[in-house]
Design a protein around this ligand. Sequence first.
Ligand code: CS2
Length: 499
Amino acid sequence: MTGRDPMGAAASDRRLSDTLLAHLPAEVEVPGYVRSNVTPGIVHLGLGAFHRAHQAVYVDDCLNAGDVGWGIVGVSLRSADTRVALAPQNGLYTLSMVDGSGERLRVMGSILTTLVAPEDPAALLDALCDPRIRIVTLTVTEKAYLRNATGMLDDRHPEIVWDLANPDRPKSLYGFLAEAIARRRSAGTAPFTILSCDNLPANGATLRRLLTAFAGMRDSELGSFVAEVIAFPSSMVDRIVPATTDADRERITASLGVSDAWPVTTEPFRQWVIEDHFPSGRPAWERFGVEMVKDVAPFEDMKLRLLNGSHSAIAYLGLLSGHETVAAAFGDPAIRSFVTALWREAIATLPSDAGLRPEAYTHELSKRFDNPALKHRTAQIANDGSQKLPQRIIATALDRLRAGGTADHLMLVPAAWIAACEARGHSLPAGHFTDPLDPALDTIFAKSGSAAETVAEAFAAAGFAAGSEHLEALKRTAARHLETLRRSGPAAALKELSS
Ligand code: CS2
């Protein structure tokens, strides 16, 4: 396929759209349903690549099977980029699944409309109050939960302060959800179920706690209503989705013969485990491989501690060792054997009676990390370490120490996080990755303290192991690693652990 049609128009002159669906190459899968028959049933907050490669695909499966009441209203809480790309394409975009054996393309039709919250908060509140909406899903990333260092709602955050004073024009997810819940309640509309799909432990219960706190600050009765009436099932989501590159756009546009401004690239693997508590109804997701369970906690712990924990390790050690992608870093024998030892430390903290199969899981993970076609950048995963490490690494390390074990491998990860943050502007480009804690980290690094001093201040700023009796022990181990990283580099730190 050259990207030129017989009339001579370049592929990039024509945009993917409903009317062009019938003209795509036969090997490209397209929606098997009539999109104009689909009605909205879900509002999704956080229209990033992950949602479009994961949940939107499971919903597309349901629509293909004729369950057409579950179309998605996709919402960006920040930038208009996704709307700008997708609106001229009628919300259509291409999902590209890649592995060593090639690429499969499928055009997704499950996102019916796209909204940009800051442009028109009233439109989002209207969408949330539509009685046809029965579920609100979220992939807003860890930092949008606006927790302070002790894990409580950060009630001094400017967006929280604004939302309390301006309930009709909210900015944060809490402002939107609380106002929509209040409006539905006074209109006599059944509440929606709120389904967090972020990589947080007990994500449903966590969101319930934080939204209850926010709603209670507006009005104590609304707080009780959120706590008692709204359902917040927890879920574990899994699919590796690298950020889309210009090369992806060009390759996929050439294959389609029409231009797609924002396709998503992912791996063949996908997993979704959800607590089955949807009082207002839900799609029959279990028909498409979703595991509907009573308690998602063991699955969440396994995924956060084994996949995400090792991902962060690979990201920071990979960056310090000059590896640009996960596959390259995991192909480095020293990093690979470190990750194997890290998994051993983490597996010992998982429940043994929950039917998990961590050895099979890590075996499959190795194959996923090795996927040569994925080009998952270490810098992408390195973002927001202060928000990610508590549940990926620190909680695991605390469990190890509580059980009388060691956390030597685990504690190399926060040390490598600090070293990689310090390396920005030196051996790594400034701004190579970012963290909400960057202003605080800059102040800490400017003091050029010893490894022990830097670790103590960075741990305090991030709230790592705050209040735990094991905090000092964890800091000591991390400081030892940071000293080696600073003095002799990542190879020496890895070698020290392998001997
Ligand atoms: C990654 C995750 O960027 C990151 O922090 O660890 O996005 C990871 O790829 C997904 O959780 C996989 O399901």
